[in-house]
Design a protein around this ligand. Structure first.
Ligand SMILES: *Cc1c(COP(=O)(O)O)cnc(C)c1O
Length: 361
């Protein structure tokens, strides 16, 4: 495989970012389950997170959890997405606990765990407004009654997820609704819930303000650890690195060309109209990188060598067009360009088989 496009993964920076966030949370009595789903359950990244003090790992896909286990990770790993009925056995075998909202799924988990002479731990998801997964607080009694008798599962917590699908922000109000619903659940099941899991990276600003209600004791954090940013506004988190992941791509063409296409112009292959800026004569570079690797609006060139500013103009499947302005002696065919990534960019680069992953240990 060729070296480019490449994704440079700095494991020490990931450990350092985890440490900052773990300490921030610990000072408010909150522990961190570090989420590896954006890195496909990469065991090196998972280990870096554990080294930074994460209490557990979490991932949305059982294949990723299996990957972590096969690499020898023995710490608790939580399955974030409600199990598919077709993967129940793997869930019981590979994950320590899973987030759940469907009695039918919990029934099957229970049966399977009993077959394995074990008990599967479960966090019940409550939907406090995001309208993605979870039981509505009004329905908690009915659900709790349905799962009460299941012998193969142990309900150890309640949780919620916010700011992902609908963008509902975590607030003291919805966190308190989670806590009240959890208390109700404890009453019906007749047990204490050890974990109250308040949400994802979006909770960090609330944690900073100290406004997370007493009783919430876990957050499941991925993006903010990996990219070192708050997710509501993209601002850097003090003390963290924003460049734990760097994408590299190589220039395969560099020519002075006009900025206006020549000829009769229609929509491009992606159903969009290409540039229609004012006519300019600029150096345009083509990177051997395309939408099969990352979406063009998810990458930010770090081209400030010799004060050359580089803009991403657009991309097709395998070509990304870059604008180098009016003058370039620094970059030419063969130059390696480095890019910062946002979250969709990181997801894409990690999942693209064309992007070679390289670790800085
Ligand atoms: C993805 C996910 C997380 C982590 O979200 P980040 O924004 O990466 O912190 C937490 N919980 C659930 C249920 C998720 O699906």
């Amino acid at each position: 495989m060729t070296a480019n496009p490449g994704l440079l993964i700095d494991l020490q920076k990931i450990t350092a970012n985890t440490r900052v966030i773990v300490q921030k949370c610990a000072s408010h009595g909150i522990n961190v389950a570090a989420v590896t789903k954006a890195v496909c359950g990469d065991p090196k990244v998972g280990r870096a997170m554990l080294e930074g003090g994460a209490a557990a790992l979490a991932d949305a896909r059982i294949q990723n959890i299996k990957r972590l286990r096969q690499a020898g990770v023995t710490e608790p790993v939580m399955l974030l997405r409600s199990p598919m009925l077709s993967e129940i056995e793997d869930v019981v075998k590979y994950s320590s606990l899973s987030l759940n909202s469907e009695p039918e799924v919990m029934d099957r988990l229970s049966e399977c765990a009993l077959d394995y002479a074990t008990r599967h731990e479960v966090i019940i998801m409550i939907d406090v407004g995001e309208i993605r997964e979870g039981i509505l607080p009004a329905d908690i009694f009915k659900t709790a009654e349905q799962i009460k008798a299941l012998k193969g599962i142990r309900v150890i917590g309640a949780g919620t997820n916010l700011a992902c699908y609908s963008g509902v922000r975590p607030t003291p109000k919805n966190m308190n609704l989670l806590l009240e619903t959890a208390r109700e659940l404890e009453g019906i099941l007749g047990c204490n819930l050890r974990i109250i899991s308040g949400g994802n990276s979006s909770g960090l600003e609330m944690i900073n303000k100290g406004s997370v209600p007493q009783g919430i004791n876990q957050f499941r954090i991925g993006e903010s650890i990996l990219l070192g940013r708050y997710i509501s506004n993209g601002e850097p988190i003090g003390g963290t690195n924003q460049d734990a992941f760097i994408l590299t791509a190589e220039l395969i063409e560099m020519k002075e060309k006009p900025s206006l296409p020549m000829g009769e112009v229609g929509k491009n292959v992606f159903g969009e109209y290409a540039e229609n800026n004012e006519l300019q004569l600029h150096y345009r570079g083509i990177a051997a990188l395309g939408r099969q690797d990352v979406p063009p609006d998810s990458i930010l060139p770090l081209g400030l060598r010799n004060n050359i500013h580089i803009d991403v103009i657009g991309a097709t499947s395998d070509h990304t067009v870059l604008d180098f302005g009016e003058e370039t002696r620094t970059f030419g065919v063969g130059s390696e360009i480095r890019f910062n990534l946002d979250y969709p960019g990181l997801l894409a680069a990690m999942t693209s088989p064309y992007v070679k992953k390289k670790y800085l240990e």
